[in-house]
Design a protein around this ligand. Structure first.
Ligand SMILES: Cc1cc2nc3c(=O)[nH]c(=O)nc-3n(C[C@H](O)[C@H](O)[C@H](O)COP(=O)(O)OP(=O)(O)OC[C@H]3O[C@@H](n4cnc5c(N)ncnc54)[C@H](O)[C@@H]3O)c2cc1C
Length: 380
């Protein structure tokens, strides 16, 4: 286990989360995957146990956990169920623009119900025509008296249609590129807000991925985050900060797959001995464990840089997310291989873990985009 610098209280909290994940989350994981329905019971569990409160400061109803504790919580939950781990990660993602750029009134109004888990949050940046090139968005926001009128749509939004609070990015001045993007807090019941298609996906099946549609959607001017033109910066600063959480989701999935591969290989008898007695299997397990541990070090390191207030953490966040997600894909594939035909069957969780791992290489910026972030930082 990688070295971490958690306080004693946070260590106790993470141990409690590990137990909750084992006892209450793990038994639900296969069913969540099978039904593809958002697990409201898991959301309630995380809310009741104050796990959703972790990323929020105490003055707004949170428990003010360190980022290191937040990533460790996401890891422990994802080790058993990646969909449940994502509930915490996205609560942070959708709320962070408010934490980062909200004024006192906005924070007082929106953060406490997010910290308590009464409301879910979503982060709406991606559109049908703008994914990696987020600045190519088309959604516009036009000021009209004491309101902004939003028109356009957002695609592939986690918690889309479930979240009461949506951090939405839209063009207030389409002529000036990224400086013309602004961020807004959009509530689900604002006039002109509707939900379009809900995606059918490969993995993280219980997480709802929806389309948000704005048709002359009326957003009070007081729901602008920061100033007009701050939006792109807010989005990028948010992703810098939350990517270690996706690294942690990947790390948890990989650890879960490793746990399974180790226990299965000790029990499965072929040629009159456990398959784990074969050096071919042992070498696979050793490589898997080494990859998981290296990913853990990168994820914890990025989180600790954030906790320590270091300025130059962006590339380290990208490294953590990129490396951990690539490892998760490798390790889950190897776990399926070690389980043989059983690994391919839904009776065992290996195939689910492999499907769940894939998304971690794609969202919050694909791993190609992470490489661009890292290379740009090196070359500047
Ligand atoms: C399940 C799921 C949940 C999501 N949740 C959210 C959410 O909550 N909020 C949100 O805003 N978005 C969300 N997304 C969107 C996600 O962030 C985007 O899908 C992702 O950023 C990639 O965008 P794209 O799908 O348009 O792919 P594209 O940008 O079209 O990329 C296609 C391929 O081209 C590569 N590529 C693109 N540009 C370059 C380049 N310059 N150099 C090298 N390669 C490049 C990409 O890496 C990728 O391999 C989610 C997506 C999924 C699938």
């Amino acid at each position: 286990m990688a070295v971490s610098h958690l306080s004693e209280d946070e260590q106790t909290l993470i141990e409690a989360i590990r137990e909750i994940a084992l006892e209450r989350v793990a038994p639900r994981a296969a069913e969540i995957d099978h039904t593809g329905e958002f697990p409201w019971d898991m959301k309630e569990l995380l809310a009741q146990q104050d796990i959703l409160a972790m990323p929020f400061p105490t003055e707004y109803g949170g428990i003010g956990a360190s980022e290191l504790a937040v990533v460790m919580a996401i890891e422990e939950l994802s080790r058993q169920c990646a969909t449940t781990g994502l509930i915490l990660a996205v609560q942070q993602l959708g709320s962070f623009p408010i934490l980062l750029a909200g004024n006192e009134e906005q924070k007082q109004k929106y953060l406490p119900p997010l910290a308590s888990g009464e409301w879910l949050a979503a982060f709406g940046l991606t559109e049908a025509g703008s994914g990696s090139d987020a600045a190519a968005m088309k959604t516009v926001a036009v000021r009209s008296g004491d309101k902004y009128i939003l028109n356009g749509s957002k695609r592939f939004i986690t918690n889309g249609g479930l979240a009461q609070v949506n951090s939405i990015f839209a063009l207030t001045d389409p002529k000036i590129g990224t400086r013309g993007i602004s961020a807004f807090i959009v509530e689900k019941d604002f006039p002109g807000f509707s939900v379009g298609r809900i995606e059918d996906k490969m993995g993280i099946k219980g997480s709802q991925t929806g389309e948000l549609i704005f048709t002359d959607c009326e957003v009070p001017a007081e729901n602008l985050l920061g100033r007009e033109g701050d939006g792109f910066k807010i989005a990028m600063m948010t992703l810098d900060r939350t990517r270690p959480g996706i690294g942690a989701q990947a790390l948890g999935i990989a650890q879960g797959a490793l746990d399974l591969a180790v226990s299965y290989s000790k029990q499965r008898i072929q040629f009159n001995r456990p398959i784990a007695d074969n050096q071919g299997i042992q070498f696979m397990l050793a490589d898997m464990a080494t990859g998981v541990e290296a990913a853990r070090l990168l994820v914890y390191n990025a989180a600790e840089m954030i906790d320590n207030g270091e300025q130059d953490f962006s590339r380290y966040s990208s490294m953590a997310k990129m490396f951990a997600s690539d490892i998760a894909m490798d390790v889950t594939g190897d776990a399926v291989q070690i389980l043989g035909g059983y690994g391919y069957m839904k009776e065992y969780p290996a195939e689910r873990m492999m499907r769940d791992a894939k998304i971690t290489q794609i969202y919050e910026g694909t791993n190609q985009i992470q490489r661009l972030v890292i290379a740009r930082a090196l070359l500047e």
